[in-house]
Design a protein around this ligand. Structure first.
Ligand SMILES: [Zn+2]
Length: 102
């Protein structure tokens, strides 16, 4: 006998998307994901920060994180492509000198 079975007509309370054991403090209206305080503060809560979101004007997550998200986007734009290894191709003929037969 815990509580009335029909008392909750809303969706079941969901924990954080990444930390189900933590209580969620915000929800992404677009994807209906819930996020805990840590995820909000770490700005891990916005699923598609680069995409248009019609809920953004009233999104708590975006309100908190838009500064950080914009900064990350700016850095990403400045950084260009991710730095790859500058190893020469291995199939290039490195030793093409006059190697006499011994
Ligand atoms: Zn979390």
């Amino acid at each position: 006998m815990r509580d009335h079975p029909s008392s909750r007509d809303q969706a079941q309370f969901t924990g954080c998307r990444f930390h189900p054991e933590r209580p969620a403090v915000a929800r992404c209206n677009k994807y209906e994901y819930h996020y805990c305080q840590d995820c909000i503060e770490a700005c891990d809560a916005c699923t598609d920060p680069g995409l248009y979101c019609q809920h953004r004007t009233q999104c708590f997550i975006w309100e908190v994180c838009r500064g950080e998200i914009k900064r990350r986007r700016r850095e990403a734009a400045c950084a260009g492509p991710p730095p790859g290894k500058s190893e020469p191709p291995t199939d290039s003929p490195a030793h093409s000198g006059p190697e006499s037969s011994h």
